[in-house]
Design a protein around this ligand. Structure first.
Ligand code: ADP
Ligand code: ZN
Length: 738
């Protein structure tokens, strides 16, 4: 008799073996109830092990929670890999794979009682029933009249219960329970009009051909490098159609559902005829909706699933194709444990499932591009815009000269940009203004003593919010009133430095009063549906100028936009991160790509104080190859990814000295028995030394390969007892060094 090896739910990472009776089908991935010491517990079966004589009797498990295993063998394998690679507990990984609504026993399918006609009595009998029990007669006639011969019990009218009961006894009807789906988009009732495949241009046709081949036989991942507007989405759509026609399922990952409404809608429109076979996994699904969607997917009722990062764990059976749109996007990296990268997990899942995978982007991550250069991925390029229009003309403006000219060191708009905006207004065309907010905000600073108002819990300047007339912390949400005098030296000259989207809006109102504009940023988007409504208003040309932050950089397509202004292009270059140049290049390229996507030619104006920065110059020329060549050389020289792995070990505590001391101890132990391929930095305060009231110190680690690094750090962490109130986190393949 074999044993079930069970991982117990809960933070302690307990694994025990249990026996089970012969008549119970227990397999890996099953959820089970088990006895644990003197209580009951729940857990997940990791594997089935042969019986061993351990010298003591194993206890039997109590019961199965679900009749079928919730996790497939592949997903379990994926889970194990994530736990090893990222150094996370298996329990936290299983928690990521099985959302709370699936694990907890509180949620279940919503069922409705249906009354079904089994056999219609003879005419004579009907008459006699009618005399004694007119209600029963009525129910029989009603059921007989409907096509499926069944109706909801609740629709049969008040007091139908006893009549139905009696009809059941007589064998005329039966009551069956049917699951109903809590439909996520039911309240939106958005009209989706079916779209049809476009005839592909040569480049697209070739890309589709490569994808089809990859589906026919196990192949390498495909990196689809297509300039903005080159019609990558059309390739995804036709590849997905091909997969579905072959009876297989498709998984589509997008950076964030709420920021990519247009992409989601294009998939919905193309597969409108499949109707409820399209499942969209939003983060704001209710627990009940999530339960239903998950089980629909598990049961093979969804042939295409669209979702953000965590959708990579969607339990789709029979996967034929995975698509990762905007594969370079940072939001694919999870920033709590398990700190997995959705794109990397997608590549691994495709390998395990033996299915095709397409990673698409106009600005691929250097990791993926390097993999293509090394021959690990198949590179497919779309160099032309699909509508045969040219790439927008990009001008770079030196704001230092502009500010001298205008005799205003705070000038936000260059004359060129203002004129360009006015021209668009005259022509009835639209513009987008983009403000890079990374590591930047409008803060309150005293010119006399230099004091800047900071968050008392985080080492970051507070940002001024005009509508509320308050200072706010963008890290923890702390708010305070605006001091009228400098809190340090009491000088009343304390003033706002820098600018944010609100300030841009204010200046623009004075500069071009006729223009109608709207602002899209995290503050303006707190309310549900605001983004959708604003994009809709912009599309129907009720708005001339759209002002926004990173939120508008992704996948938007507006044919009437002919001008994009990037107000402070270089701000992201000055953050302490080896990917700063890559991010700046990606951001400018992506934002510029919003211009000239229709019949009309596009223009992009990039304002910067560092016009010669390579990231800006390469973006100006739409030169991904030039940029990647130069940047990869720098990465190679310093053994940064993709030429090695980079991880961060962070220690946090409300007690500054204790955090620092703990990290020093860890640092010492890391250096003992250090495998030669691993490089360990000095322990340092994090760039954001204080966050949410906790002090943070970090060590950066580099290594040629990931496994030895994770193993070494894990072994040190396991041997070290951290003081109470000190936590340590390990982030493999870190993308944030703040
Ligand atoms: P990307 O995703 O690469 O940025 P899109 O898929 O948004 O590009 O395509 C840009 C525009 O070109 C869209 O309006 C799309 O409908 C159109 N398009 C794509 N492929 C074709 C094609 N083969 N023929 C004509 N128009 C196309
Ligand atoms: Zn704060």
């Amino acid at each position: 008799m074999p044993l079930a090896r069970v991982l117990i739910d809960g933070p302690s990472e307990l694994v025990f073996d249990y026996s089970f009776p012969d008549d119970l089908t227990v397999s890996p991935g099953c959820r089970v109830r088990v006895p644990l010491r003197n209580r009951d517990a729940t857990g997940t079966v990791l594997s089935i092990e042969p019986m061993q004589d351990l010298g003591f009797a194993t206890r039997p498990l109590s019961s199965l929670i679900d009749p079928e295993p919730l996790l497939t063998a592949t997903l379990l394998e994926l889970a194990q890999w994530i736990a090893n690679y990222y150094g996370s507990t298996m329990e936290s990984v299983i928690r990521a794979l099985l959302p709370e609504s699936i694990r907890s026993e509180e949620h279940s399918a919503k069922v409705q009682k249906m009354v079904q006609l089994m056999q219609m009595p003879s005419e004579e009998k009907i008459q006699s029933i009618g005399k004694k029990a007119p209600k029963q007669q009525n129910i029989l006639l009603l059921l007989n009249g409907c096509p499926e011969r069944k109706m909801l019990l609740s629709e049969l009218g008040q007091g139908a219960h006893s009549s139905v009961k009696s009809l059941v006894k007589q064998g005329y009807v039966q009551v069956v329970e049917e699951e109903i789906r809590r439909e996520p988009d039911a309240d939106q009732q958005e009209q989706i009009i079916e779209s049809f495949p476009l005839p592909l241009n040569n480049e697209q046709a070739q890309a589709l051909e490569v994808a089809k081949q990859a589906m026919a036989e196990p192949s390498k991942p495909i990196l689809l490098l297509g300039v903005t507007g080159s019609g990558k989405t059309e390739v995804y759509l036709q590849a997905a159609r091909h997969t579905i026609n072959q009876g297989k399922t498709v998984l589509v990952l997008v950076p964030e559902i709420s920021l990519t409404p247009q992409t989601v809608r294009r998939f919905k429109a193309r597969f409108a005829a499949l109707d409820d076979q399209v499942a969209v996994l939003h983060s704001h699904l209710s627990q009940g909706e999530r339960f239903d969607e998950w089980h629909r997917i598990r049961n093979g009722k969804a042939s295409i699933v669209i979702g953000a990062r965590s959708a990579i764990f969607a339990p789709l059976p029979n996967l034929g194709l995975i698509i990762v749109d905007e594969e370079h996007d940072q939001s694919y990296k999870q920033d709590t444990s398990p700190r997995y990268h959705g794109r990397d997990i997608a590549v691994l899942r495709a390998k395990l499932e033996k299915c095709a995978i397409i990673l698409g982007s106009a600005t691929p991550s250097l990791e993926s591009f390097h993999n293509a250069q090394e021959g690990k991925y198949t590179l497919v390029r779309l160099n032309q815009r699909a509508d045969s229009h040219s790439m927008p003309l990009v001008r770079v403006l030196d704001m230092r000269l502009e500010q001298q000219k205008q005799k205003n060191s705070h000038a936000i708009f260059s004359d060129k940009l203002r004129q360009a905006l006015e021209l668009r207004l005259e022509r009835g065309e639209q513009s987008i203004l983009f403000l890079n907010r990374r590591g930047f905000a409008r803060s309150l600073q005293c010119p006399a003593c230099g004091h800047a108002c900071q968050c008392p819990h985080c080492s970051i300047a507070l940002t001024y919010h005009r509508t509320e007339d308050r200072l706010m912390c963008h890290v923890c949400g702390y708010q305070s009133i605006v001091p009228r005098k400098c809190p340090e030296c009491k000088d009343p000259a304390i003033a706002l430095q820098g600018y944010g989207t609100q300030k841009v809006e204010e200046v623009l109102a004075k500069l071009i009063p006729k223009a109608k504009f709207a602002r899209i940023d995290a503050d303006a988007m707190r309310k549900k549906n605001t983004l959708r409504d604003m994009l809709h208003a912009f599309k129907s040309k009720k708005i001339d100028i759209l002002i926004g932050t990173q939120m508008i950089a992704k996948g938007l397509h507006f044919p009437n936009v002919t001008l994009v202004g990037i107000l402070n292009a270089d701000i992201g270059l000055h953050v302490p991160d080896f990917r700063a140049a890559e991010r700046t290049f990606q951001l400018i390229t992506q934002v510029a790509g919003r211009a000239g996507r229709g019949e009309l030619e596009g223009e992009v104006i990039v304002q910067t104080a560092t016009p010669h920065a390579p990231a800006i110059q390469f973006a100006r020329r739409h030169d991904f190859d030039g940029f990647s060549e130069q940047e990869l050389e720098f990465r190679r020289e310093f053994q940064f990814p993709p030429y090695g792995r980079c991880a961060v070990l962070t220690v946090r505590s409300t007690h500054e000295r204790r955090a620092e001391f703990t990290l020093q101890t860890l640092h010492r132990r890391l250096l003992e028995n250090l495998p030669p391929e691993i490089q360990v930095s000095e322990p340092l305060p994090s760039p954001l030394i204080r966050s949410h009231g906790q002090f943070r110190f970090q060590i950066t680690l580099r290594s040629l390969h990931a496994r030895p690094l994770t193993k070494h750090v894990q072994s040190v962490l396991q041997k070290t007892t951290l003081p109470e109130d000190v936590t340590a986190t390990f982030d493999m393949d870190a993308i944030s060094f703040m």
